[in-house]
Design a protein around this ligand. Structure first.
Ligand code: GTP
Ligand code: ZN
Length: 364
């Protein structure tokens, strides 16, 4: 994407601050140039620097561990004397979005780095899927970014009383999270969202049809939509939809557009789950047994809350589902490890059997 190729664009528009500057100082001493990664593909990445966008080799920042591969949002230290330019390193990430790549593979995939706001788009059409919101919240908390729920298509709920109930439901589901209603169709709520995202880097999460693209366009303005159209014309249209891009917003802030974050799964999001269900974790802390499973134990504060109605059955079920799902993912990660342990046992077992046999034979 060449939006940033004009050399006058300062890096502050891309999230550069004095903390990054301090972290980068030793690289600057080595004559390396700083830039933010706007896209990574096939061994190369696009990096926006104070001098414009350059394409650099990522061989040195593509280790085997998929979570350590350079990604969109990273701050790179680039050797611009090399030809092509070469990324030597990237600065330690403040936050990182990771997802479970597929059901077959257990390795995580790094989606975006240094994200401050995770905007969870939830359409106000049909029934609110609170469980889905919880999943996105867990993923967001786990990344280190601050989640924000944006209820989209508010124009489809004209009754303010109904709307306020829906907002309340979501607020209860998302303790500690700001809930905003917007209508891109009527422009309502967009300015507030603009003000929030102006401070930092944001990603848009949410199911297909939630209104993410529409929101992105509202934040980006017409200029970028045109660029998008031009890119489609040059025959790369299909491809660009799967490529992650990082864009400076005209009203301030940065948007990382990650269309890949649709059927998102959890990845080692145990801490995230805890934050989504902070009230349940708090209750669990009051259970008589510290390893209480909240099934039938005496003195269980979680079950007591269910009983007196302060905790809903749906909420607890949702919590359990997320914990189970997370454990399955962790188990997959550990599958290789467990296979090794099993092999170890087998060897030890074989040795043991041999010894037994020798003994038995000896006794004969
Ligand atoms: N009424 C109404 N419709 C909207 C609004 N925002 C988006 N839509 C419609 O909702 C549909 C889906 O919007 P998108 O922005 O494409 O949704 P998305 O989340 O990007 O979907 P994917 O690209 O499939 O992930 C489109 O037909 C939009 O026109 C809104 O504020 N009001
Ligand atoms: Zn309990």
């Amino acid at each position: 994407m060449n939006i940033a190729s004009s050399s006058s664009l300062p890096l502050t528009g891309y999230g550069w601050d004095t903390d990054w500057e301090a972290t980068f100082a030793p690289y600057a001493e080595q004559g390396l140039v700083v830039g933010r990664v706007v896209r990574v593909d096939r061994g190369l990445c696009d990096i926006v620097t104070a001098e414009g966008t350059l394409r650099a080799d990522t061989a040195l920042v593509t280790p085997r561990d998929p979570l350590k591969v350079i990604c969109t949002g990273d701050w790179a230290a680039v050797d611009t004397v090399a030809d092509p330019p070469l990324v030597r390193a990237y600065l330690p990430r403040r936050t990182a979005f990771v997802r479970n790549t597929s059901s077959k593979r257990s390795e995580g995939q790094i989606l975006a780095a240094n994200v401050d706001h995770a905007i969870i788009a939830v359409p106000l059409t049909g029934d609110l899927d609170l469980g889905r919101i919880e999943r996105f919240l867990a993923l967001a908390w786990e990344s280190g970014a601050q989640p924000l729920v944006v209820l989209t298509k508010a124009d489809l709920v004209p009754d303010p009383v109904v709307l306020s109930y829906l907002v309340q439901d979501v607020e209860t589901t998302a303790p500690g999270v700001q809930v905003l209603t917007v209508s891109a169709a009527e422009g309502e709520g967009i300015e507030i969202l603009q003000a929030i995202v102006a401070g930092g880097t944001s990603v848009l999460l949410g199911q297909s049809g939630a209104g993410k693209s529409t929101l992105a366009n509202a934040l980006l303005g017409a200029e970028v939509m045109e660029v998008q159209a031009i890119r489609d014309v040059d025959g790369k249209g299909r491809h660009t939809t799967t490529t992650r891009n990082l864009l400076a917003l005209p009203g301030g802030g940065v948007l990382i557009d990650t269309p890949g974050l649709r059927g998102v799964g959890l990845w080692d999001a145990e801490t995230g789950v805890g934050q989504v269900f902070s009230e349940i974790e708090e209750l669990a802390g009051q259970c008589r047994f510290h390893d209480c499973a909240h099934e039938a134990e005496p003195g269980c504060a979680v079950l007591a809350a269910l009983e007196d109605g302060s905790l809903s059955e749906r909420r607890l079920e949702s919590y359990r589902k997320l914990i189970r799902e997370n454990q399955r993912i962790l188990a997959k990660t550990d599958a290789r490890l467990r296979a090794e342990i099993r092999r170890d046992w087998k060897i030890k077992g074989a040795i043991g059997r041999e010894a037994m046999e020798a003994k038995r034979n000896g006794f004969r």
